[in-house]
Unconditional design. Structure first.
Length: 94
């Protein structure tokens, strides 16, 4: 939640109030590229979390002590989505 708040604040500060409307292909393709960056990253992250989560549940059913060791791997897979969001933010702001 804090990351989204910071991203919105940075995006609002980077865009001048009286900027002329710059239409054309270049401005539209930025949003398509940003959407693809987030979409593909989230699809990959979701697939990774699904496989890691299933393996972690199987391991925890056999040995309950493995629950703490499996959680960081799920977090690493979720981090893929955050990197996609960060790349999209850079695409839009540049």
């Amino acid at each position: 939640m804090a990351l989204v708040s910071v991203a919105v604040a940075v995006a609002e500060a980077a865009v001048p109030e009286a900027a002329p409307a710059a239409g054309g292909f270049g401005s539209g393709i930025k949003y398509v590229a940003a959407a693809l960056a987030v979409g593909i990253a989230c699809i990959g992250g979701g697939m990774a979390v699904g496989k890691i989560g299933a393996a972690a549940m199987g391991a925890m059913s056999e040995n309950a002590e493995l629950s703490g060791k499996a959680l960081p791997f799920v977090g690493l897979a979720e981090g893929i989505c955050l990197w996609g969001f960060l790349v999209a933010l850079f695409i839009i702001l540049m």
